[in-house]
Design a protein around this ligand. Structure first.
Ligand code: WT7
Length: 645
């Protein structure tokens, strides 16, 4: 935080970029922003009119049942139509929608017409298995073309997709499938990551063996040189290539109501149970489209590449829906950034002449660590715009990205948003907004941020709030609308949306995100609830109590540090630590492993028995602990502190 408050470098948009930009110059931004705030209904209506509707809306925004806002009420549309059919009708049928590269080096490409055909075939395959509008379908897939087909096919026939990142464990699959009562899982025999095959179907089998809602498991063969072992259960499991063999490549899109559920995406919160974030059709359609258009300044010659996985919201909005609705060409890559060597990304940029590159601060820091020599001889001159997402970017990483990747000429869009917001809320508009290293800068059109204290008064450093609803906002938490109200709309008596981040406004009115203010830790841009981990630890027979905190991590941004007390008579040894790590792998996935587990006889608590996580954080950071005499037992601090020396 210190370094952020001292950062005062400022970079004006490159004049070359401004010349061709959709929003060129600060005045253009201000004019449109002003309109979007003063006349939001007119603004959002104009934007929506750039897209296709089977039937227009009655009202742009219905606030009568706040915070259950509704957008574009009673309109009929289909987002797959806007991604595909609309492009083909506009003459882009032969334009490449995406180039795909597998980790082992296999390559494919699909034009918009080919993609439409594949999506229709997939839609018909789903229908032939009995999938109907409103059915929930879980997707557990590697980053292969069929993942894109499957997502769009669900949207086309009105089935609700719930994509589960393929790093989640079988138990996480089970929790998510059970929460939404999914009828089908779409998976693959396997996928590649760092040269290894992940046997996804086996993980799915373990996860859904006792899920009564599941009637089919649809399996895609990843293909490639090695056959992947794949057990099939008679009557439940079907191979996609067999099912789709006779399927037609024509499938009329379902006419979806604006507020029909489009997808669920589970994300961690402050309790042990992940939340099924609900996004509906029309508002998400409009917001993903317009943020992609202006933030990435997409035009016909661009080759866009987002390195996120479709298992997270970034992949939903800025690989699938937003980018395709703009008819852009993109690159999709299956694997790891350092396979076979840490220059894989730069080779991809060179090979496909990528113009627009969107990645995460954690990846940038990893490249910095691997060394600049991996950049030698790489031609990155095709790049014109860079972006980051997922966590605050430290100014040092921002400068490296700017100089080494962007040749000091590409604007960087540091985009702040969330699974819940559907798309960017704070971000520079690249041809208009001067950037500052580490700063998400200004609001997107239609977004009015505030920085408030707990009482709702405006402050310079405090909690970020969003004043008005916007089309891409979540519509709730699946099966638990009270939790939706409690989590996002209770802080300031329901007046503003509470995202859970701290923020600072500077003298230019720029917003600096200071990280989470709740018990959520952002590890490599992935959200992990500390309560979720704590409840996993205490399941273990040797553990009495646990507390998990976020600590600074050079590459991941934040890492997890766990504190645990052991039940009397049990021993806190390496075997126990291993056991607990395995439990995390099993319940969530390897990416949620803590850096270290510290055992002690007790945890620092107030006299009323509350664990003082803030004190644990100070111990971990080596900060001055201040007055600890109010603790129930101050001697535990000593015991824990010793383990840091
Ligand atoms: C949380 C949302 C947005 C898609 C990926 C993560 C943090 C996200 C930024 C940024 C500072 C950021 C926030 C936010 N975050 N982008 N540019 N600068 N912080 O989605 O898992 O829903 O996490 O990620 O803390 O609340 P998510």
């Amino acid at each position: 935080m210190e370094s952020l408050s001292q950062e005062n470098r400022k970079f004006n948009p490159n004049p070359q970029f401004v010349k061709q930009a959709k929003i060129a110059g600060m005045d253009a931004y201000k004019e449109l922003y002003q309109k979007s705030i003063e006349k939001p209904l007119e603004f959002w209506s104009d934007v929506a009119n750039e897209l296709h509707w089977f039937k227009p809306w009655d009202k742009v925004l219905d606030e009568s049942n706040a915070p259950f806002y509704q957008w574009y009420t009673n309109a009929k549309t289909n987002i797959s139509y806007n991604c595909l059919d609309r492009q083909v009708e506009a003459g882009k049928g032969d334009k490449v929608a995406f180039f795909w590269e597998g980790e082992p080096g296999d390559k494919k490409a699909f034009t918009y017409k080919e993609l439409l055909d594949e999506v229709c075939r997939f839609s018909n395959a789903l229908k032939s298995l009995g999938v109907k509008k409103g059915d929930r379908i879980a997707l557990y897939l590697p980053m292969i073309p069929e993942l894109i087909f499957a997502v769009l096919a669900c949207a086309r026939i009105g089935a609700v997709h719930s994509v589960i990142f393929a790093g989640f464990s079988s138990e996480s699959i089970r929790d998510r499938v059970e929460d939404c009562q999914a009828r089908m899982v779409i998976t693959a025999d396997g996928g590649y990551r760092r040269g290894k095959i992940l046997e996804l179907k086996k993980i799915v089998d373990e996860g859904v063996s006792n899920c009564s809602s599941i009637s089919e498991v649809l399996v895609i063969k990843r293909g490639g040189e090695v056959a992947i072992d794949c057990p099939m259960t008679e009557g439940r499991d079907f191979y996609y290539d067999v099912i789709s063999e006779d399927c037609s490549s024509v499938c009329p899109p379902e006419e979806m109501d604006s507020e029909d559920l489009l997808f669920l995406l589970y994300t961690s919160g402050t309790t042990g149970k992940p939340k099924g974030i609900m996004h509906t059709t029309a508002g998400y359609q409009v917001f993903s489209y317009i943020t992609s258009k202006y933030v990435f300044d997409l035009n016909d010659e661009d080759v866009y590449w987002c390195t996120a996985d479709v298992g997270w919201i970034t992949g939903h909005t800025y690989i699938v829906y937003g980018i395709l609705q703009n008819g852009a060409t993109q690159v999709i890559y299956e694997g790891a950034p350092n396979h076979p060597e840490p220059d894989r990304f730069w080779n991809i940029i060179e090979d496909y002449k990528v113009t627009t590159f969107y990645t995460a601060p954690t990846a940038i820091r990893a490249f910095m660590k691997w060394g600049d020599h991996w950049l030698e001889g790489k031609d990155l001159s095709s790049l014109r715009l860079l972006g980051t997402v997922g966590e605050p970017i430290n100014p040092e990483a921002w400068m490296w990205y700017h100089e080494k990747i962007g040749a000091s000429k590409c604007p960087i869009v540091d985009t702040w948003w969330q699974t819940e917001t559907g798309g960017h809320l704070l971000t520079p508009i690249p041809g208009a907004i001067p950037t500052k290293p580490g700063c998400a800068t200004v609001p997107f059109f239609g977004i009015e941020p505030l920085v408030l204290n707990e009482e709702g008064e405006t402050v310079d450093v405090g909690i970020l709030a969003i004043k008005h609803p916007w089309p891409g906002m979540l519509r709730g938490i699946y099966g638990d609308q009270q939790r939706y109200i409690d989590t996002y709309w209770s802080k300031w008596n329901g007046r503003h949306y509470f995202p859970g981040d701290g923020a600072r406004v500077d003298e230019d009115g720029y917003y600096w995100i200071l990280g989470r203010v709740d018990d959520v830790v952002n590890v490599s841009g992935h959200r992990i609830g500390t309560a979720e981990l704590e409840s996993i630890f205490v399941e273990h027979e040797s553990i009495a109590e646990a507390a998990v905190i976020g600590i600074k991590h050079d590459i991941k941004g934040q890492g997890l540090l766990a504190f645990a007390t052991v039940i009397q008579g049990k021993s806190a040894d390496e075997a126990l630590e291993k056991d607990l790590i395995q439990l995390v792998d099993k319940r969530i996935g390897k990416f949620a492993r803590p850096e270290k587990i510290i055992f002690s006889s007790d945890l620092p608590k107030t006299r009323s028995g509350k664990i003082m996580r803030r004190l644990l954080r100070s111990i971990a950071d080596g900060d001055d602990l201040g007055n600890i005499t109010t603790l129930a037992d101050p001697s535990v601090v000593d015991e824990i502190q010793k383990q840091f020396n």
